[in-house]
Design a protein around this ligand. Structure first.
Ligand SMILES: Cc1ncc(COP(=O)(O)O)c(C=O)c1O
Length: 370
């Protein structure tokens, strides 16, 4: 089976360095929020290009604590996309605010900036774009809307570390950027991990307190916080990996170009389009197909693993049943029926990629002549 993702390839390539980094942590006896976490925070701040980066337990916590730090709570509305992983809206719900969905741009699968203004109400506090599949949302337009209406922008960068839009790195454009180091991400830990980035010193200070039970001094607690600490083993692993991230992202881009060159010629397949002002990092390479589920089944039988991110848009999930009826966000609903993500990881070989292209072309053609 050609896997959609192979996490062992990176480990094999960096094994001696990673093993040594883990051993050093074990020998140091410092396991939580020690020198590796602090150094990794500085390294991510420098990599992304912000003043402050705060290590957390997950991308979900990054989103939820970002909203907490901005005092978003009951009665507030947060505008976001219905076509994302549930963590985005879960974070909104955790702070007691209400997600307000805006349909996606059917080309980029990201929130359609042109429809945001009509969703703004006096209760709107935040716009929360997601850079889905590693392709940045339309940040210049979103920031202009936020400025016009006095709104804050929080970026969900979980799938897009290193991506750029309008010459700027994601996570530096809104007030807070939220990152995930879940193992499958472009920069993945060997467990959970997350990070927030900001240039705002007061927000950084509050986020640092929120992640350790709402206190700035041990056993002194100013507000309700959480336990969302990044651990030393994960930070040490991520520090070994970070210097390779740009090369890995470039490898993903090369694989994407190769897929697009071949698949663009196949009738019935829509390849992803990268907006001209964007530098996407292809967390996923996602095509669109009419008979998606049948094609997926044929590919599975042919030994090619694929995934559907995501089969049910969030407004149709039970948890968000009050946020929109079927038909409310037609582009998101259609995408949920048609998208298919293909094997994508920096170490994917040209030979395996050619097999994916061949089997996908065949699977689509069977459908067309059936
Ligand atoms: C778009 C998006 N937002 C948020 C998250 C949550 O990150 P985590 O799994 O680290 O909590 C993820 C990934 O899982 C994601 O893909």
């Amino acid at each position: 089976m050609i896997p959609i993702l192979d996490l062992t390839a990176q480990y094999r390539a960096l094994k001696s360095e990673i093993d040594a980094a883990i051993a050093r942590v074990l020998e140091s006896g410092t396991f939580i929020m020690g020198p590796n976490v602090e150094a990794f925070e500085h390294e991510i701040a420098a990599y992304v290009g912000v003043k402050h980066a705060i290590g957390l337990n997950s991308g979900t916590d990054a989103l939820h604590l970002a909203l907490r730090a901005l005092d978003v709570g009951p009665g507030d509305e947060v505008i976001t996309t219905p076509f994302t992983f549930v963590a985005t809206t879960e974070a909104i719900g955790i702070v007691g605010a209400t997600p307000v969905f805006v349909d996606i741009d059917p080309v980029t699968y990201n929130i359609d900036a042109a429809q945001i203004e009509s969703a703004i109400t006096p209760r709107t506090k935040v716009i929360l774009p997601v850079h889905l599949y590693g392709c940045p949302a339309a940040m210049p337009a979103i920031m202009a809307i936020a400025r016009r209406h006095g709104l804050v922008v929080v970026e969900d960068c979980a799938q897009a570390i290193g991506a750029k839009v309008g010459g700027r790195t994601v996570g530096t454009i809104g007030t807070i950027g939220c990152f995930s180091f879940f193992p499958s991400k472009n920069l993945g830990a060997y467990g959970d991990g997350g990070m927030v980035t900001t240039n705002d010193v007061a927000l950084a200070d509050r986020l640092r307190a929120l992640r350790v039970h709402g206190g700035r001094r041990k056993y002194h607690h100013e507000e309700l916080g959480v336990n969302s600490r990044l651990d030393e083993v994960q930070a040490a692993i991520l520090r070994v990996k970070l210097p390779h991230l740009d090369a890995w992202n470039e490898a993903r881009r090369r694989i994407a170009v190769r897929y697009t060159e071949s698949l663009t010629k196949v009738a019935g397949i829509t390849v992803p389009a990268e907006p001209s002002d964007c530098h996407a990092v292809y967390h996923q390479y996602t095509v669109r197909l009419a008979a998606r589920d049948e094609v997926r089944e044929r590919l599975h039988k042919a030994g090619v693993q694929t995934m559907v991110y995501y089969p049910v848009p969030l407004h149709l999930q039970e948890v968000h049943r009050t946020s929109g009826q079927a038909g409310a966000f037609p582009h998101a609903e259609r995408a949920a029926r048609e998208v298919l993500s293909l094997p994508m990881f920096p170490e994917l070989t040209a030979e395996n990629q050619d097999t994916v292209v061949r089997e996908l072309s065949a699977a689509v053609q069977v459908g067309a002549t059936a």
